[in-house]
Design a protein around this ligand. Structure first.
Ligand code: ZN
Length: 510
């Protein structure tokens, strides 16, 4: 049975998906969300338990072509180190602000103990999951996003872990060490470019192959399928096997992330997110990825999972199909689609969309963000996302009045080491709803929306205008520059049609 995923909120036709590309296959995924928000059988008060601990989220991304649904798993780690898997309904998640508000937080969760609820009991990473009925966020502990983003040096360590019964070493130590290089194609170079030097991963290193104490199927009952990889024991055993060779506290400038590179398949997926643990005396939420060999064959997959480690969710296109891998404008969606290819590291990562760079990671300085100061019509120049520095604007962010949603506007160009192969030069507009599983959706004017966001409807070009009439927002692309696009943003009940339509090109209006 597939681990339930939380991407099922209000999706009328969810379909199973493939990591890195869209597939036409449609399959119905049962809507557990409805089940969970429905009234449950009465339970006596003493059948509920309270657990205080740190919440961490991990994402599971199925291998390309597998047609499996993406996964999202919540863990709660108590002060004792005991870790539980939680079931959190989409409704409860949204009620408390969505993923960004949960990840990394210290909480008191009231749960239904396994076995006391409606027969929910599965083999999982850390034992049967506990269903969360309510949650109180304690003062201590906030997510990266709540702290204002991710900045400074973020050293990672790659640990190469061999299952006891598998002798192969798919890549050697130099491959993994050089993957962190500060040169085009290297991950230090990549994260510097994406963050405009807000972060680097200087000091990242790799530990040569170590052997786990157990065979593959001890950790992964069904290699290559299912969702039953024992993530907790994999983490514990892999970090322990490497412990003689690495000081996780790193002499006071601790590693921030751990990439675990396994020499065999896990379950369906490569996994990325965070995990609260004590390593070399240091207790904290570590950024963590679990990578099968296909994960480190394409650096774009590593970039995607490290992105989850930095707290990023998925982005998606406009077709509302439950597939979060179908927009090529963000490594957190189609990780390897329209990627630049590297002779050694395969398909590289791309840039991420404005919402991820700004709201989640804090990488766009305030002066580079255009926010309409009020109603009116505003002409701005948006330099493209891969440009190292800008004296113009980098993004626009337009609140949708009366909601917690907003639009972001950005320019993308086929230039640079990582965006060099995106579908075309264009303005990309996203509608962002922070409470949903994939907050940022790339807006598509096609009706119906395309199944994959590489279409002309998703690429806003000179002469085209996006309009949300209900929100009194329009975004017109009025010109192209060497480094970006000129855009006119109109907000409020201004006289868009005041001249009797004569100046309006309505062809791009929905
Ligand atoms: Zn993912």
């Amino acid at each position: 049975m597939q681990r339930r995923c939380l991407t099922l909120e209000a999706r009328p036709t969810p379909r199973r998906t493939a990591f890195g590309r869209a597939l036409p296959t449609l399959a119905v995924v049962a809507s557990f969300a409805a089940l969970i928000v429905a009234p449950s059988p009465a339970l006596a008060a003493d059948e509920f338990e309270k657990h205080v601990g740190r919440i961490n989220v991990v994402w599971g991304d199925p291998s390309p072509g597998s047609e499996l649904a993406p996964l999202q798993v919540f863990h709660l780690t108590e002060e004792t180190g005991r870790t539980f898997e939680l079931e959190v309904s989409a409704a409860l998640l949204r009620l408390h602000g969505g993923l960004a508000a949960w990840d990394g937080r210290l909480v008191e969760a009231t749960v239904v103990p396994a076995g006391a609820s409606e027969g929910v009991r599965r083999g999982t990473a850390d034992g049967a999951p506990l269903r969360v009925r309510s949650v109180v966020f304690l003062a201590d502990g906030t997510s990266d996003a709540a702290r204002g983003g991710v900045s400074g040096s973020q050293p990672w360590v790659s640990i190469l872990c061999k299952f006891q019964d598998i002798g192969s070493e798919p890549e050697n130590l130099a491959y993994f060490q050089n993957m962190y290089a500060n040169q085009p194609g290297g991950l230090d170079h990549y994260w510097r470019e994406l963050s405009y030097d807000t972060i680097d991963i200087v000091g990242s290193t790799a530990i040569d192959w170590v052997v786990l104490p157990n065979p593959q199927t001890f950790y992964v009952p069904t290699p290559g399928s299912g969702s039953n990889a024992n993530l907790g024991v994999l983490f514990n055993d892999c970090t322990a096997a490497a412990d003689p060779f690495i000081d996780y506290s790193n002499g006071g400038s601790a590693f921030q992330g751990i990439n675990m590179m396994f020499n065999g398949l896990l379950d369906c997926c490569a996994w990325g997110g965070s995990r609260f643990a004590t390593l070399d005396g240091l207790s904290k939420s570590w950024r963590v990825t679990w990578e099968p060999p296909w994960g480190y064959a394409d650096e774009g997959v590593i970039a995607h999972e490290m992105g989850h480690g930095f707290g990023l969710p998925h982005a998606t296109n406009w077709d509302n199909d439950g597939n979060p891998y179908d927009t090529p404008w963000d490594v957190m969606s189609a990780a390897t689609g329209y990627a630049v290819n590297d002779a050694t590291y395969g398909r590289l990562g791309k840039h991420v969309l404005a919402y991820h760079k700004n709201d989640r990671l804090g990488w766009i300085p305030g002066a580079e963000i255009f926010v309409p100061p009020g109603d009116g019509s505003f002409n701005i120049t948006l330099d493209h996302m891969a440009l190292a520095t800008t004296s113009n604007h980098r993004i626009a962010r337009i609140e949708i009045e009366g909601s917690n949603r907003f639009y972001t506007v950005e320019s993308r160009k086929r230039v640079g080491n990582y965006d060099g192969n995106v579908p075309d030069d264009a303005v990309i507009i996203c509608e962002v709803d922070p409470g949903r599983s994939e907050p940022a959706w790339t807006v598509d004017s096609d009706v119906p929306p395309a199944g994959y966001g590489d279409n002309e409807g998703t690429m806003w070009k000179v002469g085209e205008t996006f309009s949300d009439a209900a929100a009194s927002i329009s975004i017109a692309v009025t010109g192209e520059t060497t480094d970006g696009f000129e855009v006119t943003i109109t907000v409020g009940p201004v006289m868009i049609f005041g001249d009797g339509f004569e100046s309006g090109d309505l062809s791009g209006w929905s």
